[in-house]
Design a protein around this ligand. Structure first.
Ligand SMILES: C[S@@+](CC[C@H](N)C(=O)[O-])C[C@H]1O[C@@H](n2cnc3c(N)ncnc32)[C@H](O)[C@@H]1O
Length: 244
């Protein structure tokens, strides 16, 4: 698979994620050197104090974030994702946790959410903006469905700032990730491992962090904050829908 296949980013994402769901959560943990769980938790920390009744989790995948939101907020959660296989795994995870009355999963695109304006008290999105054609327009669409004053938080990969750590990050993403992916998950995870590093570098060349912060503001979020995590390999962002 080639990152130039991204002419149709939705189809590309479906192709990339369809073979991954059964071992997604465990391998995501291993390939992020155990950091993904900590990043998720930090993101959800920005939603919990609001005690939202209804939260939307976009790019929910196998519903790990959606389940944590339901556990920690006590509210209802809707998870939305483009890839049916991911949602199927999500459904199984929700059923295993006996949370079907609290977590509902639906198929759809972050770029065009099938919900009315201001229908959610809070929103999260994880690893989404690298898979959309127009991150600014997607942020506007995410903001549309959040009530004024509602909390929003996101999680993404990032590149370390220091040259020293960026060098090790480069080696890790270009060599260890593809090899580790292959050894732990076979061909499909080798493809993901090979794709991720260049995709992250390319994304931040086009949309640097300062651009992203400004894009959140333009989309209608205030009090926008960022936290670089794990030497800069992870990024948690948060903010609030204007008004309220
Ligand atoms: C890396 S996974 C993250 C899954 C989950 N959020 C987690 O952290 O465990 C990225 C997810 O984004 C979904 N995705 C990619 N593009 C999307 C889009 N435009 N709209 C909705 N979901 C999308 C993929 O199907 C995939 O399940």
């Amino acid at each position: 698979m080639d990152i130039r296949d991204q002419d149709d980013p939705n189809r590309f994402a479906q192709k990339l994620f369809t073979p991954l769901p059964d071992r997604y959560d465990r391998l995501a943990q291993i390939l992020s050197l155990g950091q993904d769980g900590r990043w998720r938790r930090t993101m959800v920390d920005h939603i919990v104090p609001d005690h939202p009744d209804l939260v939307l989790d976009v790019a929910t995948g196998p519903a790990g974030v959606a389940l944590q939101l339901a556990d920690r907020t006590g509210g209802q959660v809707v998870g939305i994702d483009l890839t049916l296989e991911m949602l199927r795994q999500g459904q199984a995870n929700v059923a295993r946790r006996a949370m079907a009355d609290r977590v509902r999963l639906v198929a759809g695109r972050g770029e065009q959410l099938p919900f009315p304006d201001a229908s959610f008290d809070a929103l999260t999105f994880t690893y989404l903006l690298r898979y959309v054609d127009d991150p600014q327009a997607t942020l506007v669409e995410l903001a549309r469905v959040v009530k004024p004053g509602g909390a929003v938080a996101s999680l993404e990969f990032l590149l370390p700032q220091s040259r020293f750590w960026r060098f090790w990050w480069w080696l890790y993403t270009r060599l260890v990730l593809p090899a580790g992916g292959y050894l732990t998950g076979g061909r499909a995870w080798f493809e993901v491992g090979r794709f991720l590093g260049p995709n992250i570098s390319d994304h931040y060349r086009r949309y640097p962090l300062a651009w992203t912060v400004e894009a959140w503001r333009k989309a209608g979020f205030v009090d926008v904050g960022v936290r670089r995590m794990s030497l800069g390999g992870g990024l948690v962002m948060w903010g609030r829908r204007t008004g309220g």
